[in-house]
Design a binder for this molecule. Structure first.
Ligand SMILES: [Zn+2]
Length: 884
């Protein structure tokens, strides 16, 4: 119905007149723009519709402004809205300045801070839609904006007066991809089928594992809103995976608590969580649960990065069925402990089953958001002052105790990687400096120009989280302290894995030397607006150009040279070029590179290019532009997406291939190298089961595809298997390799754990590894370096007695005999000691390269990207000279 009856209209007008300004008269309701109510069964608003609606709101109300923060990975404008009273809107720049001053602390006395807190407004950031398949939060944004602009009750008025809301659509591409997938399937047998591709161009669900790195454009935009543009007091990141049968998960969080937060922040999180719970029970919405499943340990999430910036982060997980399809639940579907509706401190109002619709989820999101805004409004002054106090205390703490700062010398194995690591910290609000002269710290001399990160800055806890080694707390030591607080599971074996990674130390991941200062650093410093690598240029005289294999950017340079038809060799022996002795694997450009182009490449990529007339090396590999196939499964793999993104960044040409291509065979005519990102063998071979998705996405590569992959290798191709995909090589290609961890896999936090002793666990940590830099896959690697282990395999290479050509598997990397753990958590080190981490396994005329750990995990470990890059080059090269 579109026309209102006159009687109703009069009643509405009367109500509005009594309530104050007639706000609702001109502001379009969502239905007028979308064509359906927010959260209606079988209807998802697209981002385009939401965009149109927010533009309409901006036209109709002076209390909302819409901003574009940048473009998405797929090129859409990414918008956010600022919503506050008209009076606040008029003074917005002043309020932004106040929250900035309080956040950055510098130069304020406590009295000045109190005065600013009294004057200021609380900035609350709320986003929806980060995980696009969790549909309700993005839809809720639409209704929340409408409600806040039109409601006239005292609570909403107070919110508008005291709060500046920054309302963000966190994944616009995903919102459209989901709606475009779902709507045509409604009413078909595939209405609730999973989408066969990621809900982001590259990373899908891992868009909430990217926050400290900011690899994706959307993450960068969110970090800029939070750390540069608005510096909010509160950040609320909506999700939709409640622990069944609970209807929403709210703070307090599960253990363990991250140590990289001010205690006030944790108190505020609990207070906001309690306010949400209270609101649910007041409104008769049962099923709010706390203290289970979701911890705050890993800082890759949107929320945890905010925490260490003194931004009170809130996570909720509302219940989800699928898309906008309703579902009726009966109690006998519940897990056994929930069937008798036992009440508990952190689940006092159990949900008893029944219908669950998208609109129910939207309503829960609205209740939670409004509780956050009300709490922010009620505690406006305290929140503003506490933001200041958290920063003030952090600065004071590191005036008195180590680490006083971090020192990063410019002379590094891979200097551009070191600069990039620091630049990523800078973009996350950390101030980086250069030493103006030579200095000594802790008895070590550093030259002028050394990078210094002093800890006397308000967000120093974030720097500490990124730079130091993590020591994940072992529940086995304190089972009583945590008993029953973590999940509904037995603690007989006291095994508590983190929700995600246990250790992530950036200098280890980047292969960068960064030293903590145990005494105050005393040297004049100059702040940097951008951290750039030491300048490089082309130098020397001669007909060959030599490039060090130690630098990741060397691969970008070589890819450009190959693309332009240049000829490139890789020396298999150490090689001296100019003043530097290069390890095996140095690139020697023998043809097709002018001095001018060499200089441009050197300057642009910070890669020194050295001309020489000396012949390179008797033994070398001749590269050709690699023809790479990147396998893209219909099971939507984030690891595949990350790998694809990484190859693009370093300008490797590749073609994405799907199950149909693998089943069809003939891969050897088009490709030299096939890359398969981490996946289970089951997913690779069998994919989606028949009936669960439309027929064209059913099944994996199938047995036929397995035969074709084998034929591709046997006829000379190179298969690169990353992390768990290595098991495909072992299980299905018959490689003479054993996974020594086969029967030792520990359950994840999400999996129901029986009281089974856990012998081995390493759910995501940085481990010490030894590399063979003479092997072409480890060219340019140090002999010892950190690698990221994430529930992957570890190998024993079996003797080959019947190899016709006598080729045996070769070790590329192995775990040392002791001291493996560098950061995170490792239980049962003995199982990994002396085992193989990466191997080159001959098969017919080709080879399978097993990279059995996260060499490129989430595009973070710059220190081990080279293994993937080298493997690709090795597969597209031929031996020249007196090679073996
Ligand atoms: Zn989520």
């Amino acid at each position: 119905m579109t026309r209102r009856s006159p009687v109703v209209l009069l009643a509405v007008l009367a109500a509005l007149t009594l309530a104050g300004p007639a706000l609702a008269q001109t502001i379009p309701a969502p239905k007028e723009v979308l064509g359906f109510e927010v959260g209606a069964d079988y209807h998802l608003a697209t981002y385009q519709q939401a965009y149109k609606y927010f533009k309409a709101l901006e036209q109709a109300s002076p209390m909302i402004k819409v901003h574009e923060i940048g473009k998405t990975a797929m090129g859409k404008p990414m918008i956010y809205a600022v919503i506050t009273s008209q009076a606040n809107m008029a003074r917005l720049e002043r309020y932004r300045e106040i929250t900035r001053k309080l956040s950055l602390v510098e130069g304020l006395t406590d009295d000045q801070a109190r005065a600013l807190a009294a004057e200021g407004r609380v900035v609350v950031y709320i986003d929806g839609g980060l995980h696009a398949s969790e549909c309700a939060p993005a839809q809720h944004n639409i209704q929340l904006a409408y409600d806040l602009l039109t409601a006239t009750d005292p609570q909403t008025r107070a919110i508008r007066d005291n709060v500046i809301l920054v309302l963000v659509f966190a994944n616009p591409d995903g919102m459209d991809l989901l709606a475009e997938w779902y709507h045509p399937n409604v009413g078909t047998p595939f209405e609730v089928s999973p989408m066969p591709w990621l809900y982001h161009k590259y990373v899908g669900h891992d868009n909430n594992r990217d926050s400290y790195m900011g690899n994706m454009p959307e993450t960068g935009h969110i970090n800029r809103i939070v750390n540069e543009e608005w510096l909010p007091e509160v950040l609320y990141n909506h999700h939709q995976t409640a622990p069944f049968p609970a209807r929403i998960w709210i703070h307090p969080a599960a253990e363990p608590q991250t140590p990289y937060t001010h205690p006030l922040l944790v108190r505020w999180q609990n207070q906001f969580g309690t306010a949400m719970g209270t609101a649910f029970d007041r409104e008769g919405k049962p099923g709010a649960i706390s203290r289970t499943v979701f911890d705050s340990w890993y800082p890759g999430y949107v929320t945890q990065v905010a925490d260490s910036h003194n931004v009170i982060s809130l996570l909720t997980e509302t219940a989800l069925y699928r898309y906008a399809t309703p579902r009726f639940y009966t109690v006998d579907e519940f897990p056994e402990p929930y069937r008798d509706f036992t009440v508990s401190t952190f689940y006092p109002n159990p949900w008893k089953g029944g219908w669950w619709r998208l609109r129910d989820a939207v309503d829960y999101c609205l209740t939670a958001s409004k509780a956050v805004l009300t709490t922010a409004s009620n505690y406006r002054q305290d929140l503003l002052y506490d933001k200041y106090q958290m920063g003030r205390d952090t600065i004071a703490k590191f005036r008195k105790e180590p680490p006083y700062g971090w020192i990063v010398p410019a002379g590094q194995w891979d200097p551009p990687a070191a600069a990039l690591m620091l630049e990523k910290l800078r973009r996350n609000g950390i101030r980086i400096f250069k030493a103006d002269r030579d200095f000594v710290a802790d008895g070590i001399s550093y030259p002028s120009g050394t990078w210094v990160l002093p800890m006397t800055q308000p967000f120093a806890l974030f720097a500490k989280a990124m730079l130091e080694e993590q020591r994940y707390p072992d529940l086995a030591k304190y089972p009583d302290a945590w008993q029953g607080l973590v999940a509904t599971r037995s603690f007989t074996d006291a095994y508590l894995p983190p929700y995600d990674m246990a250790g992530w130390t950036l200098p280890y991941q980047f292969g960068v030397k960064a030293t903590a200062a145990h005494t105050p650093i005393e040297v004049p410093l100059t702040p940097l607006d951008q951290v750039t690598p030491p300048a490089a240029r082309a130098e020397g005289a001669g007909t060959f150009w030599v490039i060090s294999p130690k630098l990741n950017n060397a691969f970008t340079a070589v890819n450009r040279i190959l693309k332009q038809g240049g000829e490139v060799l890789r020396a298999r022996e150490p090689f001296a070029a100019g003043s530097e002795a290069l390890p095996p694997g140095a690139f020697i450009v023998t043809k097709g590179l002018t001095a001018a182009t060499a200089d441009t490449l050197a300057r642009e990529l910070a890669v020194p290019m050295v001309a020489t007339s000396k012949p390179a090396s008797a033994r070398s590999l001749k590269l050709k532009a690699p023809r790479v196939a990147m396998y893209q499964p219909w099971t939507a793999s984030a690891d595949e997406g990350w790998t694809r993104w990484l190859l693009e960044q370093f300008e490797f040409p590749f073609t994405s291939i799907h199950d149909g291509d693998v089943r069809a065979g003939g891969l050897d005519t088009n490709f030299d190298v096939l890359v398969i990102a981490s996946s289970s063998t089951e997913a690779l071979v069998n994919g989606h089961k028949p009936g669960t998705v439309p027929p064209q996405y059913v099944g994996g590569m199938t047995d036929n595809g397995v035969r074709n992959v084998k034929q591709f290798v046997e006829s000379g191709g190179t298969l690169v298997l990353i992390n768990n995909a290595a098991l495909f090589g072992i299980d299905r290609l018959g490689l003479p390799v054993t996974n020594v961890l086969k029967d030792l896999r520990a359950p994840s936090r999400r999996e129901s754990a029986e009281a089974k002793p856990v012998e081995f666990a390493c759910p995501g940590s940085v481990l010490r590894m030894q590399f063979d830099p003479k092997h072409p896959v480890a060219f340019g690697m140090p002999e010892e370096a950190p690698g990221v282990f994430t529930d992957g395999p570890a190998f024993r290479l079996n003797p080959v007695f019947d190899a016709k050509d006598g080729k045996a598997p070769e070790v590329v990397a192995r775990y040392p005999s002791s001291g493996l753990l560098m950061s995170g958590w490792l239980k049962g080190e003995k199982y990994l000691q002396n085992t193989v981490a990466a191997a080159d396994v001959p098969l017919g005329k080709g080879r399978v390269i097993l990279l059995g750990f996260g060499v490129q995990q989430r595009a973070q470990p710059h220190g081990t990207f080279k293994l993937l890059f080298n493997a690709i080059y090795y597969g597209a090269s031929q031996t020249v000279g007196n090679g073996k």
